[in-house]
Design a binder for this molecule. Sequence first.
Ligand SMILES: Nc1ncnc2c1ncn2[C@@H]1O[C@H](COP(=O)(O)OP(=O)(O)OP(=O)(O)O)[C@@H](O)[C@H]1O
Ligand SMILES: [Mg+2]
Length: 371
Amino acid sequence: MNLKPKKQKMTKSPAAAHPLHGAALRPQVDSQSHGDASVDIGRLLDLVSAFSRQVICVVGDFVLDEFVSGEISRVSREAPVLILRHRRTESYPGGAANAVNNLADLGARVLPVGVVGEDAGGLKLLEYLRAKGVNVGGILRSAAWVTTTKTRYLAGWTHTTEQQVLRVDREPAGEVPAKLQAQIARKARLAARGAAAVLISDYGLGAASPSLVRGLHAKRVTLDSRYRLLEFRNAGITAATPNESEIEAAYHSQVGNDLGKLDDLGQRARRDLSLGALLVTRGKDGMAIFEPNQPTRRLSIHGSDAPVDVTGAGDTVIAVFTLALAAGATYLEAAQLANYAGGIVVMKRRTATVTRSELEAALRRDATAEH
Ligand SMILES: Nc1ncnc2c1ncn2[C@@H]1O[C@H](COP(=O)(O)OP(=O)(O)OP(=O)(O)O)[C@@H](O)[C@H]1O
Ligand SMILES: [Mg+2]
């Protein structure tokens, strides 16, 4: 295998060439991979510098991630349970809202479209995004909807790592009602018009359906769908970012350690959905990217394989991947940037984001490490 840094073919350069251009480093590729996936850091930095000029629309299921932490103080006298003495409650955008939050921290202009309930969770989500300067005009508030809120209870002592002891989910009874779906579709069509890309974040609550996507006529559409990847065939998806277990579930098949099987399923999903590219995220095993008439490229993880918290890493991946494509990246370059971001975000506690400057710093560190 050729591990020599090779410049990738560049179509359009979004910004003036970066001084690190050609500093192609760290072949971000595992030993069994075929195809050259070496990284041109200068080119990736150029792409990042174009992030702030992009408008991205995000349509999907908005979730609030809550973390209630405290110390175990004693055993209750009322029942044989431990009492958690409340220390703090933190709330973060989750699901589609996490993708929005990541895009905002990467400097993009984000147009979120979806629905929240007229409840405390919905209010918190809107407040959080508003405070970041995100235009929340595309997020409906409805009494007919319940904001999905996932509350984790975390117990710890001063000198121990906290442990999740319970999770309580508040969820709507069914999918988004048809009337609301129609309103969301209308908002999505409007927002998609001015966007370089539409990111679909489908957590199974029904805000973003295949038929909504079909009516968008967007420049490019990226998809993360937890349960119904294949239902988006013929919907006009440009690229999708399932994790390995999602493509396994789609084809009722297990990958295990069989990379041949991964190749089969990846190529099959890419063909079935008529995608320009399929990016499969594989947790600690990195990523694999499938493109037509190209060998599979596998990327090994950036940084540590001992993550602090993997919550929402998939949202960060699709946010960076989509934004990079909007900025003119090839699919492989977009995957490489997403891979850096994935490696950074799993080192942060809670549902977290990667900022543009963190991404740039990681790229620069790799560049100087090589020189
Ligand atoms: N255990 C890990 N060690 C190192 N990196 C990890 C680990 N888990 C996840 N990552 C990073 O995060 C990326 C996305 O993670 P993963 O494949 O778990 O996505 P996901 O299951 O869709 O996540 P989500 O739970 O947000 O939906 C990986 O490609 C990798 O970069
Ligand atoms: Mg995911």
